[in-house]
Design a protein around this ligand. Structure first.
Ligand code: SF4
Length: 455
């Protein structure tokens, strides 16, 4: 039975896409392997959002080149955002057999089999035979719908849309993922229903600008956006106990969505709200259509709708032209809002984006970016400390996800506010269950404690 190895970089959307591709291979009789040396098909699902992710994938190219030379029967390929934006280059430098863009995941198995046939028949020189498909395809968003569930798995990601029309000047996603395309509400709800039938208790709805889902395709109903209609549909599915969504855009939090937090109790108490910058001048250059004051007002309205809700964010430091004053505005806003957690990124040029074309004189040195990064991290850590430490000595409700990835002798779970909790207990019995944990300690955005179990 041929074996397939897939290495995935980047966001949860990429994880979902890889899961879909894996499922299609399994349906065709292949097995998945975690061991690259024993694989007959080696695929890399790439990410272009950060320079670091691209560099890692480029590093893997060396591996693919070696495979190509030494094990000529093996099919090698690139998928995903980098494949979409740099197809020709990858084909040439990595010498892979296959390059598949972000709207063609559902064709991967078929292409691999075509390449295998070509290699077996030796009708073509395999150095030259390759398939590249980075074309757009209508309705490709509907192709990401199958899941591979582990035993007792309790949470799952559900891809509800692809693409983004926002064109933030630092972001490559609109160029790699294309325009916004949503799946029909009924199909998504049906997928969630099937997941719930298989024991899934928590779903995370995925999209590049998830809370603007369907805005160009589906009508408003009773003053409610397609996204709120979808949340209501998912909320009705029996067995689903927690609903999350990522990654939203601040402008997608209209009154109907904020209000949904008051009457949809299954919506978990956590929102991720990418701020990017606390300076109006920089937000404008980033093409983010809100002001710092509007952002703060939004956080206040969300917190009023669901008291105790956790708010996390993304921030870019060192965007071209960011002065010390601009940075201090970001810092001050973070200090006022007190995020539960923040992902801080040093700006890196993404080829083909408007920010990459900005005057070189506006680009900041790596030293300044690093200083701002460290300074903001330290501030965010003090805020996290203030939110996490009071939980020591209390009980928190968690959904147990199974053994911890870093220490298999312990279990890991997540609170409704998306805090990670590590504790000990029988994996077989507790994985997939919702129960309380008595918190005893905190370090590095992780709570530690003891499971509170009946009997
Ligand atoms: S909204 Fe998000 S995905 Fe879309 S362009 Fe902006 S940062 Fe990129």
């Amino acid at each position: 039975m041929p074996k397939v190895y897939i290495k995935t970089y980047g966001c949860q959307m990429n994880e979902r896409d890889s899961e879909q591709v894996s499922q299609m291979f399994i349906e065709r009789g292949y097995t998945m392997t975690r061991e690259e040396p024993e694989a007959d098909v080696v695929l890399i699902n790439t990410c272009s959002v950060r320079d670091q992710a691209e560099q890692k994938a480029i590093g893997k190219m060396g591996m693919l080149r070696k495979i190509h030379r030494q094990r000529t029967h093996v099919v090698t390929g690139f998928m995903g955002c980098m494949a979409q934006s740099r197809a020709g280059e990858l084909l040439k430098t990595a010498k892979v057999d296959l390059v598949v863009g972000t709207q063609k995941y559902h064709r991967v198995v078929e292409y691999v089999e075509e390449i295998v046939r070509a290699k077996e028949e030796r009708q073509m020189d395999d150095e030259k035979f390759s398939i590249v498909d980075v074309e757009e395809e209508t309705s490709s968003q509907n192709a990401i719908r199958d899941h591979i569930l582990k035993e007792k798995q309790a949470s799952a990601f559900v891809s509800i849309m692809q693409g983004c029309n926002m064109k933030c000047t630092f972001c490559i996603v609109p160029y790699t993922r294309g325009g916004e395309r949503g799946r029909p509400i009924a199909e998504i709800v049906e997928e969630v229903r099937r997941l719930a039938d298989q024991g899934i208790k928590e779903v995370t709805l995925l999209g590049q600008i998830v809370n603007l889902y369907g805005r160009h395709e589906f009508p408003m109903k009773d003053g409610k956006s397609p996204f709120v209609q979808l949340l209501e549909g998912v909320h009705e599915v029996p067995g689903i106990e927690r609903i999350r969504f990522t990654s939203p855009h601040p402008i997608g939090y209209k009154a109907d969505l904020i209000n949904a937090f008051t009457y949809l109790p299954k919506l978990a108490e956590h929102v991720h709200l990418p701020l990017q910058s606390g300076s109006d001048a920089i937000l404008k250059k980033m093409h983010r259509p809100y002001s710092a004051a509007k952002f703060e007002d939004l956080v206040a309205r969300i917190r009023a709708a669901r008291p105790g809700i956790a708010v996390s964010t993304d921030i870019i430091v060192g965007f071209p032209g960011e002065t010390e004053e601009h940075y201090q505005e970001t810092r001050a806003l973070c200090d006022r809002v007190q995020f539960e957690n923040a992902f801080i990124f040093r700006y890196s040029k993404r080829r083909g984006t408007p920010a990459a074309e900005m005057d070189d004189a506006l680009q900041l040195s790596e030293r300044v970016k690093e200083e701002r990064n460290q300074d903001l991290l330290a501030l965010i850590n003090t805020h996290a400390q203030a939110k996490y430490v009071p939980l020591i000595g209390t009980k928190v409700e968690i959904l147990c996800e199974g053994p911890s990835k870093t220490d298999a002798s312990r279990l890991v779970g997540r609170t409704r506010t998306n805090k990670i909790v590590v504790f000990e207990g029988p994996a077989e019995r507790l994985t997939g269950q919702i129960f309380d944990v008595h918190v005893t300690d905190f370090a590095n955005f992780t709570l530690y404690g003891e499971a509170v179990l009946a009997n």
